[in-house]
Design a protein around this ligand. Structure first.
Ligand code: NI
Length: 226
């Protein structure tokens, strides 16, 4: 499931993040790529220890943790501290896969990457190209979103970022280990939760809501690893 999460960051958040990124010390993005990805990766990133990256990453993670649609869809067990990248001057990231297990920098822990997430930070009118293309059975879907919005997608997909031929494309990105590893199981819980949320309050629907909520948690007990 590809999910568009609108307005993960507010206009005030965006102004703060962009101002800090404008002063930031960008480094070659190949530093964090695996041996298959490095030759096709042409972008810049902030080092995970960069003070701006740490501060802004915490902000993005906090916004995600409080975003009801994100929490319902991702069922996060762990969110990797978000990182930041920049594509400009033809910068791109050719077709690649994300590694299944990632070390959590600065700790001795690791995370299984069930879901990938990108928060777009640049206004789409300010750059050309820079689409995130995620392969599916129809060939591929190109995603370009308003600044502050995010795309959540399965990490086990081949994907790419097309060349940015004008302006710059700034983004935050991260991976999530979900409580529910299986994509179809997780999507079923998301759809059930959304249906429960749509039930009007009062009368017989209160009893239906209680039954469906019980069913939601019963399925969660079957499918979640905690
Ligand atoms: Ni990737």
């Amino acid at each position: 499931m590809l999910l568009h999460l609108p307005e993960v960051l507010s206009p005030a958040d965006l102004a703060e993040v962009r101002a800090a990124l404008g002063e930031a010390a960008w480094v070659d993005g190949r530093g964090t790529a695996g041996h298959l990805s490095a030759p096709v990766k042409h972008n810049a990133q902030l080092h995970w220890q960069d003070p701006s990256a740490v501060r802004l990453g915490t902000l993005v993670r906090m916004r995600l943790e409080r975003n009801p649609m994100f929490v319902s869809a991702a069922l996060p067990a762990q969110i990797l501290p978000p990182l930041f990248n920049r594509y400009a001057g033809g910068g791109h990231y050719g077709p690649h896969v994300d590694g299944s297990i990632r070390p959590i920098d600065g700790t001795d822990r690791r995370l299984r990457t069930d879901l990938s997430l990108t928060v777009l930070l640049s206004d789409p009118a300010d750059y050309d190209g820079g689409e995130l293309v995620i392969e599916d059975l129809l060939g591929g879907r190109a995603v370009k979103l308003p600044a502050g919005d995010a795309i959540l997608y399965p990490a086990d997909t081949i994907h790419e970022v097309t060349p940015v031929t004008r302006g710059e494309r700034l983004a935050a990105f991260t991976w999530i280990q979900s409580l529910v590893r299986d994509h179809a199981d997780r999507q079923s819980l998301f759809e059930l939760d959304a249906a429960i949320q749509r039930l009007p309050a009062g009368g017989e629907t209160d009893a239906a809501r209680l039954s469906l909520t019980n069913l939601y948690h019963r399925l969660m007990r079957r499918w979640a690893d905690v």
